[in-house]
Design a protein around this ligand. Structure first.
Ligand code: SAH
Ligand code: SF4
Ligand code: F3S
Length: 438
């Protein structure tokens, strides 16, 4: 039997696409290899959101080329957003690539590889009009009790720094019946937590006569689904009906990942985010008054073209004002073909480095304070496995999406009550209480 290995870069959407890629390769009769070295078919599912994933991909291709020299039959297939962005040049840049495919054309990978991974021809295939939801493909899930569910593909926003619309295309929603049907099948297989995925989940449904609020309510009705998460919502489309659905649906978790990007209204405008700092802060107030105990996390970019020290201070202030429970922080990275990459006034690298360090410090301090406020509380934890750092402890996540390491017995997939005794900026620690929460 031939064996495959998939390496995934980038976001949860890409991780979910990789589950479909694996499922499809298994249906073709391939087995999973534990490492790239032992695989006959090497798949790299790429990301190109910033320069760093491009560089990591280049290093992986170096290794792939070496493996091909050692074992000439090895097939190298490259998919995802970098492959899409570089489709004209990919084979010239990386001669070791046999097959290239975009994020919307995963299903064609199977046709190309043929049964058992035999009969490989060198080439790439389509994007654009040929895009299709990978949801029709078989799925290889990492966890029995958690699943990602794609609700839409593509993005209609025009954030001036972002490459995603260029590589994932215009937004298309899946029909609500299909989404709910998939959630029902997952629940029947033992899934308790679903994460609904889209580049902008809040604009879901306009093209199929539905809305994200309706979708949340329908998924909440599915028996056996005890936790619903979603990522990412765009602040501009976060309307009252969604806030109400979050507040009223028992399974929807008390967590919103709400990308701020910048605390300066001037920079937000140049980013084409279409909300101001004040509008973002009002949304936070509305969310918090409707959903007590809501956790808020965010994405922030520093060093956007033209960002002044004053703009950057407004970002620091916004982090203090909102009191985020966590934040992914990024140094602005120019992406070829985007509006912002062509802007003059690019910020110098040393200034960017200085700002990211100062931002991370504030983010970590605020997050640690937020987590410290949980001390003594009892949190419901969905158990995921052993702790990554302390082998004697178990690990899981709260409804607010904080990682908890805890002592006591439980098996992955259990919902347990944990009393919190210790906090850092990213994790909580505690002890399982005797009675189960569920
Ligand atoms: N569609 C999602 C995720 C976009 S990518 C959303 O809009 O929320 C995830 C994050 O990467 C973005 O929120 C942004 O903070 C960051 N990002 C995107 N493009 C970037 C760039 N060119 N440089 C630095 N960070 C970037
Ligand atoms: Fe990129 Fe903006 Fe779309 Fe998010 S909403 S994927 S940041 S263009
Ligand atoms: Fe995701 Fe990276 Fe593409 S963040 S959408 S895999 S560019």
């Amino acid at each position: 039997m031939k064996r495959y290995h998939v390496t995934t870069f980038g976001c949860q959407m890409n991780a979910h696409d990789s589950e479909r890629i694996k499922g499809m390769l298994e249906e073709l009769g391939l087995g999973e290899a534990p490492s790239q070295e032992q695989a006959d078919v090497l798949v790299l599912n790429t990301c190109t959101i910033r320069e760093k994933p491009d560089t990591r991909f280049a290093a992986h291709m170096g290794n792939a080329a070496k493996l091909k020299r050692e074992r000439p039959g090895t097939v190298v297939a490259v998919g995802g957003c970098y492959a899409e962005a570089q489709r004209e040049r990919l084979f010239a840049l990386y001669p070791a690539v046999d097959v290239a495919f975009g994020p919307g054309t995963i299903s064609h990978l199977g046709e190309w590889l043929g049964a058992g991974g035999e009969g490989i021809a060198r080439g790439s295939f389509g994007t654009g009009e040929e895009r299709a939801f990978a949801a029709k493909l078989p799925l290889h899930r990492e966890r029995r009790f958690q699943a990602w569910v794609q609700v839409s593909m593509g993005c209609n926003s025009v954030c001036s720094y972002c490459i995603v619309p260029a590589v994932r295309g215009r937004e298309i929603s899946r029909r609500p019946g299909e989404v709910v049907g998939e959630v029902g099948r997952l629940a029947a297989e033992g899934v308790r937590e679903v994460t609904l995925l889209g580049q902008n989940v809040n604009s879901y449904g306009r093209d199929v006569g539905s809305s994200f609020a309706e979708l949340l309510r329908a998924v909440d009705e599915v028996d056996g689904i005890e936790r619903i998460r979603f990522t990412s919502p765009h602040p501009k489309d976060f309307r009252r009906d969604v806030i109400a659905a979050m507040a009223e649906c028992p399974a929807v978790c008390e967590h919103a990942h709400l990308p701020l990007q910048s605390g300066s209204s001037r920079v937000l405008k140049a980013m084409r985010r279409t909300y101001s700092r004040d509008r973002y802060l009002r949304l936070v107030d509305e969310l918090r008054s409707a959903i007590p105990d809501l956790a808020l996390t965010t994405d922030i970019i520093v060093g956007f073209p033209g960002e002044t020290e004053e703009d950057f201070r407004e970002t620091l202030e916004a982090v203090e004002d909102v009191r985020f429970d966590g934040a992914f922080t990024f140094v602005y990275s120019p992406r070829a073909g985007t509006e912002a990459a062509a802007m003059r006034e690019q910020v110098a690298d040393d200034v960017k480095r200085d700002r990211i360090e100062r931002l991370v410090e504030v983010v970590q301090r605020v997050a640690a304070e937020q987590n410290t406020s949980r001390l003594g509380m009892i949190e419901q934890v969905l158990v995921e496995g052993p702790s990554r750092t302390e082998p004697d402890l178990l690990r899981g996540r709260t409804r607010r999406n904080t990682t908890v390491n805890f002592s006591g017995d439980a098996v992955p997939g259990d919902l347990v009550d944990v009393e919190i005794a210790h906090a850092t900026s990213t994790t909580l620690r505690g002890t399982r209480l005797a009675a189960a929460a569920a």
